[in-house]
Design a protein around this ligand. Structure first.
Ligand code: SF4
Ligand code: SF4
Length: 476
């Protein structure tokens, strides 16, 4: 193991490491734009230069470690050159931070204040370029803000393999451009380049000018889009910045979704479906308990459900694979002996959706099939001619196949025609309204937290199962 010295301190390195990796690993921060731990070394931004005794200045991202080397990350020479590099990088960069979505989390902005701070030395007019180039139906490109770090092009070549981006022309008129016949719109991982971009050059159309990032906070969660169970951050408005007079639904809506880095599951990436969770979670909700479509108080609906269960001789349950570990265990504990249960697939692949690949996307489009299968049977017929009660938990049930004479208890979160036909309908909370865990297809358990309050008439499935296990007060 080579020993090297960083700012006079001895540190141990592995032979295959670069000076940048060793420095970061040992708490010596070295600024960088183009380097990324999951991408190849480009070495084009020159921001990570350090001084090596007897060798002078060089970039740390492409510098192998050598036993005994003495590295300085903050010498006067390094500071002067860093400052010069920032002057160069901002030479043609517009000062439009005030309207840039990246403001507040822009590396260039942070480095400018940390390592430069001076106004531009140049008196020449800045080179202008395209401001809103249409990269895809999801992403806009501002070429003036681009610092040509090439993280985006490397991502499409090395990670998503869509090869959708390249660089056109040379010098100060170089531009990131789509590669002919390689539409970025067909890359299901395209939005990772928005996070990768160290500046505000790549912009999410969905998030464009919707909020300043300092109004938002992230809640750790898990994407329910497939059995990979990528960990994510669900961004929403901070309570101290709640809107009072503008559209107050924005206070409890998903502003954006970004990856929550997790080496055991998804690394630093997620697919675009994970970014679009608002499309799933912000459908019109069902919030009213009902008996055959007639609104009733929660207690009355629960009591009616208990009476149906008490009177049934052959009850069947279709268990949701969107239920959390805790909810599935609660069902097993409280109702497992009562119902003949089968795991239901709540979601199937949608038309046009990539079904499976060798990066993240899995064919089972449900987050907790592994835990559901561990606790309940999946195959075989769910019901027979004598089935007199069916409890359906969640979406994905083919109601036409339920035995016509069977009574129906339906637990669902969203408005659906079947809600009003059920003998008992119970509205239940969604993932953003409760905490829990999912188990992914590899057996990795990940936690999600609540970020929004639920309506008073909406129940947690876990509480419903416990409540349904207590004896009914009357007879059907
Ligand atoms: S668009 Fe962003 S990620 Fe791509 S090269 Fe420019 S600065 Fe880098
Ligand atoms: S790969 Fe699956 S779990 Fe991960 S973000 Fe995409 S849909 Fe969600």
């Amino acid at each position: 193991m080579p020993e090297i010295f960083i700012n006079g301190q001895s540190v141990q390195a592995s032979e295959d490491q670069t000076v940048l990796q060793v420095a970061l690993e040992n708490g010596f921060f070295v600024p960088y734009f183009c380097w990324h731990p999951q991408l190849s070394v480009a070495g084009n931004c020159r921001m990570c230069l350090v001084e090596v005794e007897g060798r002078g200045l060089d970039i740390a991202c492409n510098m192998p470690v050598n036993t005994g080397m003495k590295v300085f990350t903050d010498s006067e020479d390094v500071k002067a050159h860093r400052k010069a590099i920032l002057q160069f990088i901002t030479l043609n960069h517009p000062v439009d931070c005030g309207i840039c979505d990246k403001a507040g989390e822009c590396t260039l902005q942070d480095y400018h204040y940390a390592y430069n701070g001076d106004a531009s030395l140049s008196r020449d007019a800045k080179v202008t370029s395209t401001k809103f180039y249409n990269l895809s139906n999801r992403i806009l490109l501002d070429n003036e803000r681009c610092i040509l770090c090439l993280r985006c092009t490397r991502f499409t070549h090395e990670v998503s393999k869509s090869m959708a981006l390249g660089v056109e022309r040379r010098g100060d008129v170089s531009n990131i451009r789509p590669v002919e016949d390689r539409p970025l719109a067909e890359d299901p991982y395209s939005d990772n380049i928005i996070d990768l971009c160290p500046v505000g050059a790549l912009l999410s159309r969905q998030f464009l000018h919707k909020s300043r990032v300092w109004y938002l906070q992230p809640t750790p969660s898990v994407c329910p889009g497939c059995e990979r169970g990528c960990t994510i951050q669900v961004w929403h408005r901070k309570p101290e910045w709640y809107l009072q007079s503008l559209d107050q639904r924005q206070n409890t809506s998903i502003a954006r979704v970004t990856p929550l880095e997790n080496p055991a599951v998804n690394g630093p990436w997620i697919c675009n479906k994970g970014r679009d969770l608002a499309r799933i979670f912000e459908r019109t909700r069902a919030e009213q308990p009902m008996l055959k479509g007639r609104p009733v108080p929660v207690a009355e609906a629960l009591d009616a459900a208990r009476r149906l269960i008490g009177a049934s001789r052959h009850p069947v349950a279709l268990v949701s694979n969107w239920g959390s570990n805790e909810e599935l265990e609660a069902f097993k504990r409280h109702l497992g002996e009562v119902f003949h249960s089968r795991v239901k697939r709540d979601w199937l692949p949608e038309e046009g959706e990539r079904v499976e690949d060798d990066l993240l996307i899995r064919p089972d489009k449900n987050p907790n099939s592994a835990k559901a299968r561990e606790l309940f049977d999946e195959g075989g017929p769910a019901w027979h001619d004598g089935t007199d009660l069916v409890l359906v938990w969640g979406e994905g049930c083919d109601f036409a196949r339920i035995p016509p004479k069977a009574r129906l208890i339906f637990l669902n979160s969203y408005l659906a025609p079947e809600n009003g036909h059920a003998d008992v309908f119970l509205p239940i909370s969604i993932q953003t309204e409760r905490a829990g865990h999912y188990t992914n297809f590899q057996g990795v358990v990940s936690r999600f937290e609540a970020c929004f309050p639920k309506a008073g008439s909406v129940l947690d499935a876990e509480a419903v199962f416990k409540s349904l296990a207590t004896p009914a007060r009357g007879h059907p």
